[in-house]
Ligand binder design. Sequence first.
Ligand code: TIU
Length: 221
Amino acid sequence: MSLNIPALPFDYPLDMARAALVIIDMQRDFIEPGGFGETLGNNVALLEAIVPASQAMLAAWRQAGGLVVHTREAHKPDLSDCPPAKLNRGSPALRIGDVGNMGRILIAGEPGNQIIDALAPVAGEIVIDKPGKGAFYATGLHEMLQQRGIQQLLFMGVTTEVCVQTTMREANDRGYDGLLLEDCTESYFPQFKAATLEMVRAQGGIVGWTAPSTAVLRALA
Ligand code: TIU
């Protein structure tokens, strides 16, 4: 049985038994001062605004018994999984692996690399540490989803045009139907968020669908 979600470019038939909520990189490194996002020169304050809507969505999804996947952009302490191109590009104040206000920047296990308390994973949820922007690259995510019969992915998280869009495109190429929750994703560049929403749903949903989280909350209620 599927739930009809009003979405763009057309309605999304949500089948909870085959769906997962994928929360991308809601880590202190991106949302709080002193982390990776800020070292890249971004104003991180903008991203906090999506936390309440994301919390409400996560709570409803858990209540409905849906599978939850959390991702973290996280490198090994020895940086063996961080290509030189990623490490050296630009001239950030601090590089990946350097010590910042919240421990080593973008390194697994460091305080800044943790998912924010408001959206912390609970037992039974999948947590993926990923070295890339996309959650499918160099992780076992596709196999984990296939084992569980998952075909639909609802996306939240940061940033819209970097890790969220990359993951959504990776998912699309692997045969998943992706729905991006508009008010549960944010960018350091509002115009990039707007453009991403447009490009995902253009051309008949060339990458997937978009909808406000309230559309899903209403269907689950
Ligand atoms: N998670 C994610 O989007 N990683 C980034 O580096 N995003 C930026 O926008 N920089």
